[in-house]
Design a binder for this molecule. Structure first.
Ligand code: SF4
Length: 354
């Protein structure tokens, strides 16, 4: 399974680099953006973009009345928006979640090849067998999973509500089977003290952050705060001034008094983080390698597959529409709905995942 994920990652990196080589010049970009604006109006469509996508796509989503958010907020925004068509700029599980919540709408993505190492590393049949082998555990899965894996779960959570849900289940005496991110699972386990079995998946971007290199960087920037997404290794989390989901990290950049922020998550987040904290200097946390030896360089290769060209072709190209069959959708909606209801009960504003 690890080999498959690495292969998928390498293919995504190659493709993203190939796309970057064919990147349009400024004039072509302006033309593409105008084309996209016209298409959105013509098709009564709205863009929903994730924090990790190219800043140009994030800006276009905002400018055209769409949203830039985490996966759940993207799906919720899409559900509540009057548009007939949702254009989801992100990775495949986000398109699926949007379709699960809005089955009556058409959901399109610039490329359905954009996946996620957590999703790739949690194959549904293998996962179901693991669950079957542990029937005395409640199955809690992270939002970064396929519809088929969600359908096998008791609960779906995002990183912003994982602690509360697991604490709630633990208080009721349940043991937890957690999937797929092992770092986030361990963080939740440490924070809640819950009895948890952890699936051994990882995000290829966050797994690369290095505590050793971060230690060196902190010497260079002694006044900086360290903001860490909990998909990162525990040695990096241990060095954090703030740990949280994407939305929680943006909030931390705003509220912490430090003049600089060293941020351990995908660099795409800087677009919204800088808007929220214009007076702060934002620095990307170091990965284990750098330059030619760095695999992701803190940027998700699958998120990078979304670009102006494939967005402009979205209505003409084949294989851009997301489908989730009714039976699967109904099953996957149940654990998602539990999270939505729980968040209302707890009066928690859900904002955040990968
Ligand atoms: S950044 Fe990591 S968790 Fe997010 S989509 Fe990419 S591989 Fe998946």
């Amino acid at each position: 399974m690890v080999c498959n994920v690495r292969l998928a990652e390498q293919q995504a990196l190659d493709k993203a680099r190939q796309m970057a080589d064919q990147s349009p010049n400024d004039q072509q970009k302006q033309q593409l953006k105008q084309q996209i604006r016209d298409l959105l109006k013509q098709h009564n469509a709205v863009m929903v973009a994730h924090y990790y996508t190219d800043p140009e796509l994030q800006a276009l989503a905002e400018e055209t009345g769409g949203v830039v958010a985490d996966s759940l907020e993207m799906a919720r925004f899409g559900k509540n928006h009057p548009a007939d068509t949702l254009i989801v700029c992100g990775v495949r599980f986000m398109g699926e979640t949007a379709k699960i919540l809005s089955p009556e709408k058409r959901v399109l993505m610039p490329t359905l090849e954009a996946t996620c190492s957590l999703d790739e590393g949690c194959e549904p049949v293998e996962f179901a067998a693991y669950c079957d082998a542990h029937p005395d555990h409640k199955v809690v899965v992270y939002a970064n999973t396929s519809a088929a894996v969600k359908a096998r779960a008791d609960w779906v959570v995002t990183s912003s509500i994982a602690l509360e849900v697991v604490e709630h289940l633990s208080d009721q005496g349940h043991k937890i089977l957690w999937a797929p991110d092992r770092h986030l699972g361990r963080y939740v386990q440490q924070q809640t003290g819950c009895d948890m079995l952890l699936w051994q998946g990882e995000c290829v971007v966050h797994d690369e952050f290095s505590s050793q290199a971060l230690e060196q960087m902190k010497h260079l920037y002694p006044q900086a705060a360290v903001l860490v997404h909990p998909e990162s290794p525990s040695s990096v989390i241990d060095m954090a001034d703030a740990v949280g989901s994407t939305s929680q990290l943006i909030k931390a950049a705003q509220t912490l008094p430090h003049p600089q922020m060293i941020v351990a998550t995908d660099g795409g987040i800087f677009y919204k983080m800088q808007q929220a904290a214009p007076d702060k200097e934002l620095l990307l946390a170091p990965t284990g390698g750098n330059g030619a030896t760095c695999r992701s360089c803190a940027h998700c290769p699958w998120m990078a597959m979304n670009n102006l060209q494939n967005l402009a072709e979205i209505f003409d190209a084949k294989n851009t529409e997301v489908f989730v069959g009714d039976a699967l959708r109904i099953k996957a909606m149940k654990p998602l709905q539990k999270m939505l209801d729980f968040s209302v009960d707890m009066n928690i504003r859900l904002k955040g995942n990968a």
